[in-house]
Design a protein around this ligand. Sequence first.
Ligand code: ZN
Length: 228
Amino acid sequence: MNNDLRDGGHVPPTEPTPTAEGSNPTGDHRLPTWAPRVPKHKIRRLYELDAQGIIDDDLIDDVGYGLWARGKAFITACAAVRGEVVCPACGAILHRAGHDKTQVMVCGCGWSLSWGDYFETIQRKQLSGAEPVLALFGSYVDRFPEATTPRARMLLIDELLHGFHWYYKTGTPTRPVAINLIEGRLSDVIDFLDTLTYGSGSTPGLRDRKAEWDERIVYARSWGRDAP
Ligand SMILES: [Zn+2]
């Protein structure tokens, strides 16, 4: 069994309910798919090479655009939960309100699906976060394709991977956003970031960011202990 496929949101389509209001049994009821989290081994390799001062353009773009697609999926999924749903057939934005999962969304292109079936594809896939994370991901999505040098791209990847979710009441970091971007459980992802390779050839700025991350992860770990 290929884990990538399971993580990729390729859920088998469910049978439409012909009697549901507004649905069309002969129409398009496809489910949205979400870009998967990026495999650890690619990121580990990226940092190993960077530590030796080796610039691998292809690997930087492979990881960078994997994160770009994942970040975009995250933003799209969060928007859907807030009420702006992207039609998976034509890309149009549909507006919905409330939490009624039987509510059927209908697009002018002929696509329709219940909000419950749509939401099911988002749940338990590490696709939710609050405004600071959306801002971080949005900034990466905008800036990565614009960055003109591999070093600039490496810095953007590094900045993204070392971001945090923040608790709005106390302004303290709660968990790394890497859980939304890299495959694995939270503890695995934290250990993974803790053991990335740095060296004399590392892109300038990477070690400073790691030091900042080391301070923040102390708060995040204490948050994890105290959380219910
Ligand atoms: Zn459509």
